[in-house]
Design a protein around this ligand. Sequence first.
Ligand SMILES: C[S@@+](CC[C@H](N)C(=O)[O-])C[C@H]1O[C@@H](n2cnc3c(N)ncnc32)[C@H](O)[C@@H]1O
Length: 292
Amino acid sequence: MDGEAAMSKQNTLIPRMGNKQYAWKHIKGYITTRASFSKLYCEPFLGSGYVFLRVKEAYPDQYCLLGDLNDQIGNFYLQLFYNEHFQEALQHLPYSEGLFKYLLGYDGDDDEVRAMQTYYKSKTAIMGGSSMREGNSNNIGAAKMLLGRDGGRHSGQSAKMFIRNSNKYAPKPKMEKMDSLFYRSQFLHKDFNATIDLATKRFGDDVFYYCDPPYFETEAVYGMPPFDHAGLRQALEGKNCMVSYDDCEYIRNLYEGWDIVDIEVSKQSMKGGKKIRKEILIMSHDNSINEI
Ligand SMILES: C[S@@+](CC[C@H](N)C(=O)[O-])C[C@H]1O[C@@H](n2cnc3c(N)ncnc32)[C@H](O)[C@@H]1O
């Protein structure tokens, strides 16, 4: 799939392993129904954004509060949601090996460049780097110009020229579509406790939480400290929510008394072929059903 097709399909905001694409057919009904009955949809572990995109597609007017603690993901979303210059640059990103190499080698602390690096890295990790085509010969200059980090040597006019010329290489996300994602959506680069607290403070009980935390004993995949599974369980006490997990005894015990549904998720394995994995969906009791 080339870049343009990938962006216009907009399956995820950051292509990442661990996204919920393969489990979607199981969770779709619960999430869309419960989310639509609540004023706020809250997803404190946003990851690739797969589920949020589906919710927003189904309910464009839904208020959404999203969060993720990971340094790279959090920084990327802060730029995507709140930095117009970054949105513009992303839209005109050239498909270029030189730019790719420049960004991969970047170890500075400029948040905008880091966000672009995250985008490139995640995209190529999934696509195996095979979709990169050679672009403009002056890619390092191009990267700096696009990202506005060249000490101001390029005028706005030359940046526009570059953008015009690089169009044929650029995977263009549909910004009209992106705008509709940002409408009534907010992202927090924070721990799940902070996201859940804010949702409760602003919307009280009128919130549906979908949580897809790091699975039990797989926290290292996200390069993060050990995850506080019991803390999440506590934070969700009394809330209208659904949680996705791998099927293991520790988690089943932690959520004893909740509705637990077994699902089988079929995933494409790295070596080709399909791999079946058992997962569980944990749901709070649906109080709205009792009230009817
Ligand atoms: C399983 S992934 C979520 C995948 C997502 N549902 C999707 O479809 O892409 C878990 C996410 O939780 C984030 N995370 C890990 N610990 C966290 C914490 N304490 N608070 C908030 N987010 C955290 C990770 O950065 C990762 O993006």
